[in-house]
Design a protein around this ligand. Structure first.
Ligand code: NAD
Ligand code: MG
Length: 408
């Protein structure tokens, strides 16, 4: 449908993970632009009350929750107001939200491996994918990027670093049309910035007793609990290195991590001629979300303007791989390739969940990941079944390690 006074397409959006931090920010941007966006499906895990409110406000055609009890609760909360809404539950229903909602745009904002299947389905179906769920790309980068290409999907990164790099690269980077090869663009390195999380300057000894709430208190960003812990361990940056490798098709040797505690420079590209192009902004996810939703247009994201004159200095330094062993483990898994990144990701999800549940000390997160990686042989990630098999196996091994470590 074309808007009567404007030339842009009114986008029909499915939000996977609408009750999470990215999901709520996405709906915040959509709310401000009803002429541009319509919500056709919303999905959530267990936050049914929040989903009910979102359904009342955005009136999607499909709403999905994790299980039957959640679906019954949603039905009850909406009562006669459910109107044309179809309420579904379970992992298969996430595919329905992508494939049968008549959406053209999918915000992939489910956390963890649970987001892989619907995001892959969106790729195969040729949707515009706004990719926040980095774990999908980490697990199955090669297969995922092939599905994007085969399905004719449009992949726009939402992770702030990758969104920044996307903005700093030339329009046709990655395309060999116009007689250009990648080499013509002169990209030497991608510099992913990292805040270093809340424990950048804590003594290694003090890290032994870190609690979940301390780990989730990120200095600059408000995020879901899993990614907040990943930011504290810097596993998040490790996952992002793998994400950048697949998204931009560059070898690991051309991807670097820079600590930048202020989170104002969201990432940079260094070019052959000496230029470095950076994207700056407030640490507010509504900027990359608005960019992805409206691309190639730019719309108001509700984000206050950046005032550099009022800022303290901007600092940059090299990461400390001893303080952040998870970052080193991610680089190693990326170099090994095959199913190793899927194993890394699964072990990390299990270890972080155990830490958040107070079943595993903070410093043991890295041990669980390391030992799971060495217990399982990486094989070529040649099919989704193989990737999911590695994921399942790694979860079993990691869970075993957690219970052994918890007994110590
Ligand atoms: P969150 O925990 O706040 O939200 C996760 C969403 O996924 C919720 O709606 C939850 O109900 C849903 N969900 C969780 N498990 C599910 C399951 N098994 N089945 C179906 N739905 C399920 O997480 P978040 O911070 O919004 O992050 C979402 C994704 O975006 C993650 O992959 C994260 O790495 C990425 N990301 C987040 C940020 C950020 O600022 N929050 C920044 C960059 C990337
Ligand atoms: Mg990020």
């Amino acid at each position: 449908m074309n808007s009567s006074s404007n030339s842009f397409l009114r986008r029909r959006v499915t939000v996977l993970g609408s009750t999470g931090s990215i999901g709520v920010n996405t709906l915040d941007v959509i709310r401000a632009h009803p002429d541009r966006f319509e919500v056709v499906a919303l999905t959530a895990g267990r936050q049914v009350e929040r989903l009910a409110q979102q359904c009342l406000e955005f009136k999607p055609r499909i709403a999905v929750v994790a299980d039957a009890a959640g679906a019954a609760q949603l039905k009850q909360l909406l009562a006669e107001k459910s109107g044309q809404l179809t309420i579904l539950h379970g992992p298969e229903a996430l595919l329905t939200a992508v494939l049968e909602s008549d959406c053209d745009t999918v915000m992939a904002a489910i956390v963890g491996a649970a987001g892989l299947a619907p995001t892959l389905a969106a790729a195969q179906a040729g949707k515009r994918i706004l990719l926040a769920n980095k774990e999908a790309l980490v697990m199955s980068g090669d297969l995922f990027m092939s599905a994007v290409k085969a399905g004719g999907a449009e992949l726009l990164p939402i992770d702030s670093e990758h969104n920044a790099i996307f903005q700093c690269l030339p329009d046709r980077f990655g395309s060999t049309s116009n007689g250009n090869t990648r080499d013509h663009f002169g990209v030497e390195e991608l510099w992913l910035t990292a805040s270093g999380g809340p424990f950048r300057e804590k003594s290694l000894d003090a890290l032994k007793t870190i609690t979940p709430d301390e780990a989730c208190a990120h200095p600059n960003w408000v995020m879901g609990r899993k990614i907040s812990v990943d930011s504290a361990t810097m596993m998040n940056k490790g996952l992002e290195v793998i994400e950048a490798h697949w998204l931009f098709g560059l070898p690991l040797s051309q991807i670097r991590v820079l600590i930048h505690p202020q989170s104002v420079v969201h990432s940079m590209v260094r070019y052959r001629d000496g230029s470095v192009i950076a994207q700056l902004g407030q640490p507010d996810m509504r900027t990359p979300i608005a960019y992805g939703l409206a691309w190639p247009d730019r719309i108001d994201a509700g984000v206050p303007p950046l005032n550099l004159a009022q800022m303290a200095n901007l600092h940059f330094s090299e990461p400390d791989f001893e303080r952040f062993p998870c970052l080193a483990l991610a680089f190693e898994a990326a170099k090994v390739g095959g199913t190793a990144p899927a194993i890394l990701n699964a072990a990390n999800e299990v270890a972080v969940a155990a830490f958040l549940d107070q079943r595993l000390p903070y410093l043991q997160i890295a041990s669980v990941v390391r030992e799971t990686l060495s217990a399982i042989q990486s094989v070529p990630a040649s099919s989704i079944e193989i990737v999911l098999g590695a994921d399942t196996q790694a979860r079993q091994v990691a869970a075993q390690l957690v219970s052994t470590l918890a007994r110590k």
